[in-house]
Design a binder for this molecule. Structure first.
Ligand code: C5P
Length: 228
């Protein structure tokens, strides 16, 4: 499709979540993960280039948000869920690229914790955001990401089913393949029909391009079947 000629009815309302969440310990410290946010931002950029309607919801990163589209900043996983509940009703597609912290601190301290020997932090699991949004899914495309240290495809397929996704982008973390901050990736894009696209040693922007092609294909298929 020629992007500059996209028809109004082919515009997809896309939410991209990106970056890490930060879960406070006290006013100064937090727990988080190694996400830089780059992949999510490149996906948002590619979607904007194709003239889709993009809302980028991002945790703290060093990257400037795109000038076009809408940008929302969040810190914690709970903030992200709240922002998504607000935005999801007006979206066709959710690309859940954010690296949501699996845990948060049960009791945060209002004051900076003093260094006086050993302390214990009690962590409780954050809500699974994709699962929390399941009730909004009807006729929307949900795209998830996973990072595995072993059994990549098997675990990705399980996640695709478990989280009721249309697509999953499966990424591995091994000694020879570290996706954090690295622009070249080996990934697999798996769809709900179990088709697997193997992409080897390609840039994140190239993968964003392929992913958007796949999203458009699935979305226009849903529309043609009159499911929207
Ligand atoms: O379960 P896991 O974290 O491996 O799943 C990864 C996918 O689920 C990603 O798309 C991530 O954004 C999303 N996720 C979520 N809520 C969480 C943790 C991850 O929606 N609490």
């Amino acid at each position: 499709m020629e992007h500059s000629e996209i028809k109004k009815e082919n515009v997809i309302r896309i939410i991209v979540t990106a970056g890490p969440t930060q879960e406070p310990i006290d006013p100064v410290r937090f727990i988080s993960n190694r996400s830089t946010g780059l992949f999510g931002y490149l996906i948002a950029k590619e979607a904007l280039k194709r003239k889709h309607n993009v809302t980028l919801i991002s945790g703290p990163t060093q990257i400037l948000p795109p000038k076009a589209g809408k940008s929302v900043s969040i810190e914690t996983a709970d903030d992200l869920l709240k922002a998504l509940k607000k935005e999801i009703k007006n979206a066709d597609c959710l690309i859940m690229c954010a690296a949501v912290s699996d845990f948060k601190v049960k009791q945060t301290s209002a004051k900076k914790i003093k260094r006086k020997g050993q302390i214990k932090l009690e962590l409780v699991p954050n809500k699974d955001i994709l699962k929390e949004l399941a009730g909004y899914k009807r006729h929307k495309l949900f795209v998830g990401f996973n990072l595995e240290t072993s059994n990549l495809v098997k675990n990705a397929k399980l996640k695709l089913k478990d989280k009721n996704l249309d697509l999953i982008v499966a990424n591995s973390l091994t000694k020879s393949h570290n996706p954090f901050g690295n622009n070249m990736l080996d990934i697999k894009i798996i769809d709900k029909y179990n088709n697997i696209l193997h992409i080897t040693h390609k840039s994140k922007s190239f993968i964003a391009y392929v992913l958007l092609d796949k999203i458009e294909e699935l979305w226009y298929e849903i529309k043609e079947q009159g499911e929207v």
